[in-house]
Design a protein around this ligand. Structure first.
Ligand code: BV8
Ligand code: ZN
Length: 306
């Protein structure tokens, strides 16, 4: 669909700014690429493998049932990484866009809590897949909405260790290094029903997303035509998240804007007239793309504690 001429139009920042300044209803769909500049691995990149385990395979109820110790180490490690990471200018840019555009809504697949720490207004943020820092019971309704204990318990201490020798992989990540066996009794249990294990408050594959949140998003999309959808740092491979960009498109009205380190020929080919594609690091591109509305975004803004 996109000839070279239109390719120029598809990646024209002045044309994009023109559309942005006319856009009040804006939706963003974000993925792991948004947090890459904060030092957090993506799923598809090198980070896709954790000790030879495919991250996607560990993010399932089946994996947790089979080996809760291993899955808890995986999540404890990601909690530690996310706690030591900092929001980057892409997170701050989206947070500022939310303050400047009440008609902006950000849907994120990221569970690293960096949007929240970048002061993104909570009523304009939907964390589709939950948070690493929410804990819940595997069985009863007990939930701890925000827990940043690191380590979460002595048995998970290996996940909170800083690397003694940066020239070598962290022992925890080195599949050649056997893991100490973690007995279920050593893992965090539910303070209410006492018997059941706690689990990370994330949505695993095969599990439904929060119904109220899904209804809220549907309602927002239905309310009025959407002017622009920002698809940032995601491979758009996981549903329902991957379906929202086209779901929100109103032909001839909505610009779907892809911001990604890699935009494949296929992606360019799928773009329509009025869409945009910007290839590069989201933490460098978003401040520039959104500048006409958000002004200068410094980076290390005052970070929200907790
Ligand atoms: C559900 C939380 C009801 C846990 C995650 C329809 C069709 C086919 C399949 C399905 C379907 N509907 C449902 C399914 C099944 C499944 C699914 O989608 N499977 C896929 C694999 C085909 N969906 C579900 O199970 C969902 N539940 O639908 O329930 C149901 C159930 C069964 C059947 C029917 C209905 C639940 C899905 C949620 C799973 N939980 N996370 C955890 O994190 O551990 S998903 C997890 O993986 C992330 O949250 C994210 O969603 C996904 C990873 O994708 P990305 O974030 O995009 O990351 P990725 O690494 O892939 O890509 C990074 C991108 O960034 C790349 O493009 C790269 O180029 C770019 N990039 C890199 N660096 C930068 C950059 N861009 C800019 N700047 C940079 N610096
Ligand atoms: Zn319980």
């Amino acid at each position: 669909m996109a000839s070279s001429a239109s390719r120029a139009a598809l990646s024209s920042i002045p044309l994009f700014h023109e559309k942005l300044l006319k856009s009040n209803r804006i939706l963003a769909v974000c993925g792991a690429g948004l947090s890459a500049a904060s030092g957090l691995p993506t799923f598809r990149g090198a980070g896709g493998l954790w000790r030879n385990h495919n991250a996607v395979d560990l993010a399932t109820p089946e994996a947790f049932d089979a080996d809760p110790g291993l899955v808890w180490l995986f999540y404890a490690y990601r909690r530690h990484m996310a706690l030591t990471a900092k929001p980057n200018p892409a997170h701050y840019s989206l947070a500022e866009l939310a303050r400047k555009r009440p008609g902006f809504k950000c849907l994120s697949q990221n569970v690293d809590n960096l949007h929240v720490r970048a002061n993104h207004p909570s009523d304009q943020l939907s964390l589709l897949h939950g948070s690493l820092f929410t804990l819940k019971c595997t069985t009863c309704s007990w939930k701890d909405p925000y827990n940043i204990a690191d380590p979460l318990c002595p048995a998970l201490a290996p996940a909170a260790e800083s690397n003694p020798d940066p020239t070598k992989p962290l022992p925890l990540l080195d599949p050649a290094q056997p893991l100490a066996e973690i007995r279920e009794s050593e893992l965090p249990h539910c303070p209410d029903c006492k018997t059941e294990l706690q689990r990370p408050g994330v949505v695993w594959f095969g599990e439904m997303l929060d119904e109220d949140m899904l209804d809220d998003i549907e309602e927002w999309i239905e309310k009025e035509p959407v002017d622009m959808v920002l698809v940032v740092g995601t491979s758009s491979a996981v549903y329902p998240a991957a379906g929202y960009a086209e779901r929100a498109r109103t032909k001839g009205r909505t610009s779907v804007v892809t911001v990604n380190l890699e935009i494949t020929e296929e992606d360019w080919g799928r773009m329509r007239k009025g869409d945009f594609g910007f290839e590069g690091d989201a933490s460098l591109l978003l401040p520039e793309l959104l500048r006409p509305v958000i002004g200068e975004v410094k980076g290390e803004e005052e970070e929200l504690e907790g």
